[in-house]
Design a protein around this ligand. Structure first.
Ligand code: ADP
Ligand code: MG
Length: 339
């Protein structure tokens, strides 16, 4: 037996990366979430070979000051929470301070960033967790991060990746959902030079749904909303005639965060009652806002799962909303004034 010793930072980061960064889609998710947390209004996502070759995310957000750039790559270093109280009221998408160090430990990362009115920005380069260089760069406000050679030093992870089509589908899924959560942000996703999604960032969810699912599908969706003392829900759900064979077209966004929650999607389906055929599921996009105290996001490293303290109440409210929507002979979709 060797002595008990602390793992080096690089090794610890690589272990954390195993949880946070499973595939190119997880890198894209973390980087775009960082851009959103930095209040970006325009986010460009440029991907090559399904992200295996490179992922570049450019935002016009707040940027990072020159003296703090290295700190952003330290594990458990974050600007988003500082106290235990904050952990119970998370307003940002990130808070664990794990993404940048994890990504930098298993890839080649060049980050350029500048804050408003800075005279100079910073360009920093990490490879396999090691700092390669740090220099000054131009001072365009925002952050531009390029991730190449993902998993070059973790061959098992690289092998585990699926086909490029599957990995790309994951990336598209991540961006679609973030675009539907953040309708005021303009998203632009390009893969191998081909544009896959462009949203206007004008706050119109219906338009984003049309960009994601196509105009003809979006025309078969109706607006829904309801609220009580704890929850405010709004969004679009498909007419019973427009269905899919699985639940993955149900997007539930809690305080701007896409979550997987079987009970909430079940409540949507239950609201349709016998209008849906057995084994068929609607397309739905529901934005739910609630006091952050009612939702525990610190359940899963990738934060897909959350724990809700009033889940039963929320399920009932969702079901009621859908039932009402389809009983008020409300079956004619809104006019598409915007087209
Ligand atoms: P977390 O998002 O959990 O705080 P990250 O490792 O993803 O952890 O990022 C670390 C820190 O780096 C963030 O808290 C933030 O201060 C800064 N940061 C990362 N990406 C950006 C960005 N695109 N714009 C501005 N700041 C960023
Ligand atoms: Mg983050």
């Amino acid at each position: 037996m060797t002595e008990i010793h602390e793992l080096s930072d690089i090794l610890a980061n690589q272990i954390a990366a195993g949880e946070v960064i499973e595939r190119p889609g997880s890198v894209v998710k973390e980087l775009v979430e960082n851009a959103l947390d930095a209040q970006a209004t325009q986010i460009d996502i440029l991907v090559e070979d399904a992200g295996i070759k490179s992922i570049r995310v450019i935002d016009d957000g707040a940027g990072i000051t020159n003296d703090q750039v290295q700190r952003a790559f330290l594990r458990h270093a974050t600007s988003k929470i500082s106290s235990r109280q904050d952990l119970f009221r998370v307003h940002s998408l990130g808070f664990r301070g794990e993404a940048l160090p994890s990504i930098a430990s298993v890839a080649d990362v060049v980050l350029k960033t500048a804050v408003m009115d800075a005279k100079e920005g910073t360009k920093i380069h990490y490879r396999g967790g090691e700092l390669v260089s740090q220099t000054g760069t131009n001072a365009r406000q925002g952050t531009d991060i390029l991730v190449k050679d993902l998993f070059f030093n973790t061959p098992a992870r690289l092998k585990y990746l699926k086909s490029q089509a599957t990995e790309l589908a994951q990336i598209v899924d991540v961006i679609n959902r973030l675009a539907m959560s953040y309708t005021k942000v303009a998203f632009h996703l390009v893969h191998n030079g081909k544009e896959l999604l462009q949203t206007a960032g004008n706050g119109n969810l219906q338009q984003v749904i049309a960009s994601v699912y196509g105009l003809s599908q979006a025309k078969k969706m109706v607006a829904v909303n309801i609220s009580d003392n704890d929850f405010a829900i709004s969004g679009y759900v498909s007419l019973p005639e427009l269905t899919r064979s699985n639940r993955s077209y149900i997007s539930i966004l809690i305080n701007g965060r896409f979550v997987k929650n079987y009970n909430l999607s079940k409540a949507i389906v239950k609201g349709y009652g016998s209008k849906l055929m057995v084994g068929r599921f609607p397309i739905a996009v529901l934005q739910i806002s609630m006091d952050p105290l009612l939702v525990d996001v610190n359940v899963h490293p990738q934060k897909h799962e959350v724990r809700l303290s009033k889940e039963v109440q929320l399920m009932a409210l969702i079901e009621e909303m859908i039932v009402k929507c389809f009983t008020n002979q409300n079956l004619i979709p809104d006019a598409y004034d915007n087209y």
